[in-house]
Design a protein around this ligand. Structure first.
Ligand SMILES: Cc1ncc(COP(=O)(O)O)c(C=O)c1O
Length: 332
């Protein structure tokens, strides 16, 4: 895959551990492992750090002095981008979308938002449903008008350049599994803006590693999610010089666990958070990894993974828990 040809700024603590989850495995009746991308390090870790290594590489190649990006109010991507900007002396302009409609004090001020402020990012909030692509362009134009050089990062860092971070993660998983003599039957991950899922699929396809990836959706319905992931995985394989390596059947998303909507949590998510915490001491997040674990638990209990060794990709996000204190505390 020759990732060394792409500019890259090292931000993450890699490789992240691949560890067994013994008590959850026993509870759910499968051989469950966890890939600890919550331990990537930057700003408390999470999946965006891997994407940002390549996105910052590209930003520096363009001599940018300001990162511009967007996300939901409690975006983990925004937190990690703000930290990466701070660590490399770049300004950071953020647009936060009120996507969940929550005005709770914790949601708008604690968790990721508190950290965004700590890293010195400039934050602007817009109502849910705003055209965020247009907002990114508007902000970039403002930066240019005052003599700056913006580098626009799409929501979630999900473009082919960002997805290279998960091509590298796919390589890492295959190498670690080989070293441990572990035959992995499936990788399960949360799938949102699609870069994580697409990067994994593209990386495995390019390596010829026959490990299916199951994305558990957090927002869009199945058809739309799979189409987004497939398009980005194809583009990522093309960026790697291997067009046509990703086929449509490689992209599978289960979007039955979204519940009421993006960023809205339910008892199934709380149960997943508590089970992971109380059985194996793992802290998941309420919006992504908690929802993915909710799906994994339900599918395991329905017998879907019988006899399989499954790697759950922990994409991070625990900082977002502190934006949901009321909902979580009330349900414990
Ligand atoms: C903690 C966490 N997990 C998973 C995801 C989903 O990853 P992607 O947007 O690449 O699909 C995100 C995205 O923001 C995230 O913050």
């Amino acid at each position: 895959m020759h990732l060394a040809r792409f500019a890259r700024i090292r931000l993450a603590h890699l490789p992240t551990p691949l560890e067994p989850l013994p008590r959850l495995s026993e509870e759910l009746g499968l051989d469950l492992w966890i890939k600890r991308d919550d331990c990537t390090g930057l700003a408390g870790g999470g999946n965006k750090t891997r994407k940002l290594e390549f996105l910052l590489g590209a930003a520096f190649e363009e001599d940018a002095d300001t990162l511009v990006t967007q996300g939901a109010v409690q975006s983990n991507h925004v937190r990690q981008t703000a930290a990466a900007a701070a660590a490399h002396g770049l300004a950071c302009e953020i647009i936060l979308e009120e996507r969940t409609g929550s005005r709770a004090t914790d949601y708008v001020g604690n968790g990721n938002v508190l950290l965004d402020r700590l890293f010195g990012a400039t934050l602007r909030t817009v109502p849910g449903g705003t055209d965020m692509v247009a907002e990114l362009e508007k902000t970039a134009a403002e930066v240019r008008a005052r003599g700056g050089k913006p580098y626009v990062i799409p929501g979630g860092g999900s473009n082919p350049m960002g997805a290279l971070g998960y091509v590298d993660c796919a390589r890492e998983i295959v190498v670690q599994a080989d070293e441990m003599d572990l035959e992995v039957h499936r990788i399960v991950t949360a799938t949102g803006s699609a870069g994580t899922h697409a990067g994994l699929v593209a990386g495995l396809a390019v390596m010829g590693a026959d490990i299916p990836v199951l994305g558990i959706g957090v927002r869009a319905p199945k058809d739309r999610q799979e189409a987004n992931v497939f398009k980005l995985a194809e583009e990522t394989a093309a960026l790697l010089g291997q067009p046509g390596r990703v086929t449509r059947d490689m992209v599978v998303a289960d979007c039955d666990y979204v519940g009421e909507g993006y960023g809205l949590i339910d008892q199934g998510v709380i149960d997943a958070l508590t089970l992971a915490a109380r059985l194996d001491g793992i802290v998941l997040d309420p919006v992504y990894s908690g929802k993915a674990m909710k799906g994994l638990i339900a599918l395991a209990r329905a017998g879907q993974f019988k006899g399989e060794t499954v790697v759950f990709l922990h994409t991070g996000g625990a900082q977002g828990l502190f934006g949901y204190q009321t909902e979580i505390e009330g349900a414990l």
